[in-house]
Design a protein around this ligand. Sequence first.
Ligand code: SF4
Ligand code: SF4
Length: 360
Amino acid sequence: MMENILFDNFSKLSKEELIQMLIEIHLLYDNLKPKEKIGPKSSNWGKILPLSDLNSFLENLKNDFELIAPIKTDIVRYEVVEDISQINLTEMPYYSFKKYLQPQEYKIADIKNGKLDYNFEAKKRVVFGAWLCDLMSLPILDKLFLEEDPPDPYYKKMRENTIFIGLISDRQIRDEFLFENRIGVAPKYDLLFFEMEDQYFIDIGSERGRKFVGDLVDYEFEIPKISGSSNLVNIDIADKIDDILWDSENANGSCLGCGSCTLVCPTCMCFSISDDISLDLQSGERKITWDSCQIEGFTKVAGDEVFRDSRLKRFKHRIYHKIQYFKEKYSIPSCTGCGRCIRQCPSKIDYMKIVDELIA
Ligand code: SF4
Ligand code: SF4
């Protein structure tokens, strides 16, 4: 199974095991979007890049795109790369790359002479070194922002202008909070680099990704036929909404309602739209800003009515949104198992432990 192979020290894998691992990833992808799959249906599908050529590969990207990668600042974050030597491929970025698809605050229109001028443009970017759990956020964000009718025009522009290159390496430091092997959401990517000793084996996830590696050496093998099943999370807590466990100290007592969990979550997507406007109502700008369902004002409506007026109601809503409501609508959970909400929670609340207790 993928979860047994993928996250072990895979530099010790045999070639057959590596192939199996790659296939498992593609099976997940197939399960999600069978008709749009572009990829290894025959031999001659992968590419190889020697580790020693990575810097020149990235320098080339940097000439044409804004290059984003995990870099060490005070903490490791996905940031614009000024110098390739800043890139840190071992520590998990504190935040995901979500801000390049939905910035924390951004202008979508100018207000001129009392009229709105929608003029949002997206930069051409490459995100390199994306962690697998963060690549899993792409199908989730796409469901809401791209596949609904109409799609979100700003997300669409940013998504279309951003190339995602993932990386799997046994140098990546995994901590106890990561649980993406329990989620089973198929990652999306344009290219996926598997670091094996002194080479990267590159899987091509899209035609636009293929253009970046066209000149590299092919990696050929026959794909064995195997049968696979969906790894989608199969947890159902629909009938647990009033379970007595929600009254436990872990669920009810310790949530501060600070919203940190939603801030760091790669799939939390709530936002507000506001107008910053001059007193004569003639000039200003319209902005989109992140919001959080964990903040009391989130469900406040006219007349001061607050629909989720307790921290427990808000906390419960977040969990249900992640693994119940979203899945009921889109067939996949809205969680990548990145563990950031647990890692960064000041009360050390582990929401998966609560879920495990609910379904035990
Ligand atoms: S679960 Fe933790 S991070 Fe989230 S609002 Fe509650 S205290 Fe803050
Ligand atoms: S809910 Fe927590 S573990 Fe799941 S994607 Fe969000 S931050 Fe990561």
